[in-house]
Design a binder for this molecule. Sequence first.
Ligand code: FAD
Length: 325
Amino acid sequence: MEEVIIIGAGPCGLSAGIELKRAGFDPLLLEKHVVAHSISQYPTYMQFFSSPELLEIGDYPFSTPNDKPYRLEALTYYRNVAQHSQVRIRSYEEATAVIPQADGSFIVETLNRLGEKTAHAARSVVVATGYFDHPNLLGIPGEELPNVTHFYREAHPYTGMRVCIIGGNNSAVDAAMDLLKVNASVTVVYRGSDYSPNIKPWVRPIFESMVNKGRVRMLFNSTVEVISLGHVRVRTPEGVQELENDFVLALTGFRSSRRFLSAAGVTVEGDWEIPKFDPATMETNVPGLYLAGVVAAGRDANEIFIETGRSHGKLIAAHLLAGRA
Ligand SMILES: Cc1cc2nc3c(=O)[nH]c(=O)nc-3n(C[C@H](O)[C@H](O)[C@H](O)COP(=O)(O)OP(=O)(O)OC[C@H]3O[C@@H](n4cnc5c(N)ncnc54)[C@H](O)[C@@H]3O)c2cc1C
């Protein structure tokens, strides 16, 4: 039987793995893709808003000549940390269920890329599955069309096209600035009444100036109601507008799935299925079942990010050590 299984090898799951290993456990990480998979899916040329030392895990130094690292540097860093720390990671093995046993242990069922099923027994389980697989859906007609995406990668495919961006936070603003470089005609539809306070402070003045110069059309207090292949219907304070449009980037954030958690008996509350756990130990109401990283966040997934979620592993290790004594 494994002492601890960690589900998910993002920055927070990996950090938990390192802390547990240093505390004398030998955790097994199960990762449905590869280490830091979510970051590999972020926009190709994305720059973090955090400085490198705030993205560090396990006290491994993150050295870069840049004030804020880029996606590629973060991927290199987390890959190297995974390799040097020698935590056990089984890549392309997805956890499909966590089943509590009568003796307080767990069975973690998995499926690998060859379609093989395995059942791992573990005394404790840490769920660190992140949120990036689950974009906040708009629930409007046309959202499923091929000209709509919730995952922006890079500008080139939108060269010279009319692009409607839904959202007003960093992802939306970064995408808008990027699209200007490929001569796209950009409309940002945002339900907020003013620029979001979350926008990176060094980006906001440039973005505002692009709006003021008319390079980006910014519609505040507005929502997209219907998407078609050639139009978007937008409700604005001035009334409903039918805009000619080619592509839609719905950059409205993410929310964690609580599938494992609720099936394993964790109390999840409200529309946003906020899980019940003790923030001092990260243990849920199911003894031996822990959370690490953004999966522990409530309604606002941005309340936990790498800077904050990287410390969860230490809390878990301390609690498990105390239980051993
Ligand atoms: C564009 C963008 C920019 C950001 N910039 C910053 C920043 O500057 N600073 C900062 O601190 N944060 C930033 N964040 C947020 C940060 O990236 C996330 O909060 C962080 O990745 C959370 O780490 P995690 O380990 O909890 O989850 P994730 O990184 O999402 O990792 C979860 C892992 O679990 C795996 N997984 C999921 N389900 C299963 C399963 N069933 N079985 C096995 N494995 C599974 C996934 O494949 C993934 O590898 C940014 C986010 C975005 C989208």
